[in-house]
Write a protein that binds this ligand. Structure first.
Ligand code: CTP
Ligand SMILES: C[C@](O)(CO)[C@H](O)COP(=O)(O)O
Length: 249
């Protein structure tokens, strides 16, 4: 079958195996509630809201796959959304790789989306998918940064101050979010190559960059922020309250 004739199947890998140490003690972060619903369920629904998405692979805490499967079975998802759950690894990178291994044949576009970004709007998801379908091998949604960012030299010993070594030009900096979108084979190759080299990256696009492949930027969204620290939970609840109020009108 020629590339053009091949059906364009889009799947999402949702790494959800992290503990959420920066959020403080409690259940694994993806299972904590936002307005009474687990953060992971919000994230799966946000991705399933795109009509282009036909499969969601959730990467659960290593010993929590059965619990996560039960959780998803108990919550309503669009009927067209097929989902499966696999156990994750020690790092985000390893969890994503395990999720990629669970994808069936025929997937051409892969999105990787943090469970910790439960409120991403569907327009952002669709913009990422569209850019991949238009030919980009890797796509990141991103926003300009509001703070000035400094590069520092780590403290020589505990108690010493860090030293600023550079101030990158802010206008050229972007804070990247998820979902990040990829041509399937490019992302699988990037993960394999980077793992083989014993290297790591804090996002998936970073691994594609290491291959020397181009990464395209599309506009991100303020509501696609990552729930990382306790104050982010307050913001997430406020966003959900605003959405409920808007739905009421
Ligand atoms: N071993 C890991 C670590 C992280 N993640 C996932 O990667 C996403 C982004 O990671 P982050 O926000 O850093 O989550 P945690 O690792 O849980 O947070 P922390 O670093 O505070 O523990 C989250 O959805 C998290 O569940 C994962 O699947 N497997
Ligand atoms: C992938 C990511 O969300 C892009 O901003 C981010 O790098 C994840 O970092 P974390 O430390 O795993 O939260």
């Amino acid at each position: 079958m020629s590339d053009e004739a091949r059906p364009r199947r889009t799947a999402v890998v949702i790494p959800a195996a992290g503990r959420g140490v920066r959020l403080g003690p409690g259940a694994p972060k993806a299972l904590r509630a936002l307005s009474g619903t687990p953060m992971l369920v919000h994230a799966v629904r946000a991705m399933a809201a795109s009509r282009a998405v036909s499969l969601v692979v959730v990467v659960a805490p290593p010993d929590g796959a059965a619990e996560v499967k039960n959780l998803l079975d108990a919550h309503a998802l669009p009927e067209r959304t097929d989902y499966r759950v696999v156990p994750g690894g020690e790092t985000r990178q390893e969890s994503v790789r395990l999720g990629l291994e669970a994808l069936p044949e025929g997937v051409t576009t892969v999105l990787v989306h943090d469970a910790a970004r439960p409120l991403v709007p569907v327009d952002t998801v669709d913009a990422v998918i569209e850019a991949v379908r238009d030919g980009a091998v890797a796509v990141v949604p991103a926003l300009p940064v509001a703070d000035t960012v400094k590069e520092v030299e780590p403290a020589a010993k505990p108690g010493d101050p860090e030293q600023v070594v550079a101030t990158p030009v802010r206008a050229r900096l972007r804070a990247v979010q998820t979902p990040q979108g990829f041509d399937h084979d490019t992302l699988v190759n990037a993960h394999a190559t980077v793992a083989l080299a014993g290297e790591g990256a804090t996002d998936d696009a970073g691994m594609v960059e290491m291959l020397g492949a181009p990464v395209v930027v599309v506009p991100g969204h303020e509501e696609a922020f990552k729930v990382t620290r306790p104050l982010d939970l307050v913001l997430a609840e406020a966003v959900l309250a605003r959405r409920r109020a808007n739905d009421g009108f």
